[in-house]
Write a protein that binds this ligand. Structure first.
Ligand code: IMP
Ligand code: MG
Length: 179
């Protein structure tokens, strides 16, 4: 699997270091708020777990699944809810954790969905942000790294469902797409 990677953008060590900084910031922000951490399946799971276990505060964890990509490298533009939260978020401080914000369609869909449920606050923490890819006007409140407009894999990010288990974020060799 490693042989399919052209270059590494963020090493495992760089990711862990940035997560420690974010976890500290988030712990300060949410210390007395008992937030509900909403992890967006499937891509954000690895980031969520590593961030969550660095946060020394009372927090609960839930998952939501939405789909926009059809498994390739281009967003389909259609977002739908595949699996809903277990928790009622009324009156809760909600922190949505995403892997990457590209066009912003997924995030916009999620925020609009959750906004109708009377949460006390809704904020977003995304491991990666691709500002150049934005089509819809949304912003993550906390971002790990801003990345160039390239298709990335690893640390939760997939190509056709694979490469999520790489411990770093990288770019695939063009030959992989040609297959
Ligand atoms: P958006 O709706 O275009 O902002 O896309 C958001 C979702 O598309 C993310 O949650 C990812 O699952 C996926 N995505 C966007 N860019 C990439 C990428 O470079 N590699 C892998 N998945 C991506
Ligand atoms: Mg995603």
């Amino acid at each position: 699997m490693n042989n399919d990677i052209e270059r590494v953008i963020y090493s495992a060590a760089a990711i862990q270091k940035r997560e420690s900084e974010l976890a500290q910031q988030l712990s300060d922000e949410y210390r007395d708020k008992k937030p509900l951490i909403v992890s967006v399946l499937t891509g954000a799971v690895l980031f969520t777990v590593d961030l969550f276990d660095k946060m020394d505060i009372y927090a609960q964890l839930d998952f939501i699944d939405v789909s926009s990509y059809g498994g390739g490298t281009q967003s389909s533009g259609h977002v739908k809810l595949l699996h809903d939260l277990k928790h009622d978020i009324k009156g809760r401080n909600v922190l949505v954790v995403e892997d990457i914000v590209d066009t912003g369609r997924t995030l916009k869909f999620l925020i609009d969905l959750l906004k109708d449920r009377d949460a006390k606050s809704i904020k977003v923490c995304s491991m990666l942000d691709k500002p150049e890819g934005r089509v819809v006007d949304v912003k993550a409140d906390y971002v790990g790294f801003n990345v160039p407009n390239e298709f990335l894999v690893g640390y939760g990010l997939d190509y056709k469902g694979f490469y999520r288990n790489l411990p770093y974020v990288g770019v695939l060799k063009p030959s992989v797409y040609a297959e």
